[in-house]
Design a protein around this ligand. Structure first.
Ligand SMILES: *Cc1c(COP(=O)(O)O)cnc(C)c1O
Ligand code: SF4
Length: 424
């Protein structure tokens, strides 16, 4: 298959779009003005069940939905578009709405390390052992997830300053910081990079013989959005040979695959791509946020983890979706997230119970919800950090007052103490 991109400009060319009513098409148009919209021929032809598109997870994953905007904003924008308002007026409304969708939540501008007196733009070093690297050429995706917290950068609202070409300084920084064992190459989706570019980075990293660099991780949604990257693209063999180069050097290659729903694993292409990657000696770990309207079903999670395990992958993280963009549509309560996790976890064998969560990625670290208990007649959440900037906090239980509606840590109050451990 040859890649064909669909976005707001040409999505009407998708022949299955005829199944939508005029009203439904218009809704895509309206919301697509605000949230980035991009899909491709693989998703359209192989993943989406167009006979049931309204509730189809892969449709919801890519196509903007009316309810992803608060009604008053949807109405304001749709009125403007219907009445033929001029471009600048629409742009003004779009800008206003985006500002209300909490575009700054992703906090990618924190934790930027310095090397030789300069900020290492395009990197992030938050947790002791792991450095993130956002290669400039990987800051897009083969399609855009409607829940993505990086939407401001894809919609041009935020400059993608957070992307570097400077691998030499990264190598210097890694050498100066022997506590770093993992380099996580992420995006966007770094596997949108051509193998030639990827190889330049990897060759430099490997040639530098950095003794502390034990693991290279690659964050990727490509198994869902473009498995041909490992099968039939003109650089697919080259990609796999770069993977082999890493593993044969004795460096762990951990492919961090994003799967949001088991339907993303329905194609033979996906299965073959997984096999190809595993054959290079890489490991594949899987992760996803838990999302209202898309995957808040414990049976689905249990089935998905089992299938991942059967294909040779390792379930790793379940996240709680961040408070940005279409979060009103996707957010579920902390309590519900915990219940889905627990129920799914209880249905799988121990080999799938490598998955941790549900976890919130906060400025302080990854906070996992361990459960709901009652202590001294007070109903509480018990929480702990599975990853923290301040390593002393890792694994220490702490408590919050039970709140059935809370969807994020900022809506919780400490229980038994005046402050949370991370506020002290
Ligand atoms: C999740 C995350 C990591 C990786 O953490 P692990 O627990 O090692 O998987 C690294 N950096 C940031 C900013 C993260 O959010
Ligand atoms: S693939 Fe990842 S970075 Fe790209 S839109 Fe989806 S969640 Fe965001």
């Amino acid at each position: 298959m040859k890649y064909k991109l669909y976005n707001l400009v040409n999505y009407r060319e998708i022949k299955q779009i005829q199944k939508l009513s005029d009203e439904e098409i218009f809704e895509i148009e309206v919301v697509g003005h605000v949230l980035p919209f991009k899909t491709n021929n693989y998703v359209v032809e192989k993943l989406i069940d167009w006979d049931n598109f309204k509730s189809d997870p892969c449709f919801i994953l890519n196509f903007p939905q009316k309810d992803m905007l608060p009604p008053k904003f949807f109405n304001k924008l749709s009125k403007a578009i219907k009445s033929g308002a001029d471009k600048s007026e629409i742009a003004h409304i779009v800008k206003e709405i985006r500002q209300h969708l909490n575009p700054d939540s992703s906090s990618q501008t924190h934790n930027i390390p310095e090397y030789a007196g300069e900020k290492l733009e395009g990197t992030q070093h938050k947790y002791k052992e792991t450095m993130l690297f956002f290669p400039a050429q990987g800051q897009t995706c083969h399609a855009y997830c409607t829940f993505c917290f990086r939407w401001p950068q894809f919609s041009g609202l935020k400059e993608i300053k957070f992307a570097t070409k400077e691998i030499d300084s990264i190598i210097g920084y890694l050498k100066n910081n022997p506590q770093i064992t993992d380099l996580l190459i992420t995006g966007g989706a770094p596997m949108t990079m051509h193998a030639d570019v990827f190889e330049l980075y990897i060759d430099k990293l490997l040639d530098a013989n950095i003794p502390n660099l034990q693991t290279i991780r690659i964050g990727s949604k490509s198994l869902t959005y473009w498995p041909y990257k490992y099968l039939t693209d003109d650089d697919s063999e080259q990609i796999l040979s770069i993977f082999r180069k890493i593993t044969s050097k004795g460096i762990n290659l951990s492919f961090m695959a994003h799967f949001n729903h088991i339907n993303e694993m329905q194609t033979t292409e996906c299965k073959s791509a997984v096999k190809k990657i595993l054959e290079t000696g890489a490991q594949i770990r899987t992760q996803s946020p838990i999302l209202n309207n898309l995957n808040d079903d414990p049976d689905m999670w249990a089935k998905m983890w089992r299938k991942q395990l059967n294909w040779g992958m390792i379930p790793y993280y379940m996240f709680i979706v961040r408070d940005t963009g279409a979060s009103t549509y996707f957010a579920i309560s902390i309590e519900r997230a915990w219940n889905v996790y627990r129920e799914a976890f209880s249905k799988v064998s121990g080999l799938c119970r490598t998955v941790r969560g549900p976890s919130m990625s906060t400025v302080h670290g990854k906070i996992v919800i361990n459960g709901i208990s009652e202590i001294n007649n007070e109903k509480i959440f018990t929480l702990s950090f599975i990853q923290a900037k301040n390593t002393k906090l890792v694994g220490v239980p702490f408590y919050a007052k039970y709140n059935s509606k809370a969807v994020w840590i900022n809506e919780l109050q400490p229980a038994f103490t005046k402050k949370f451990i991370f506020d002290e």
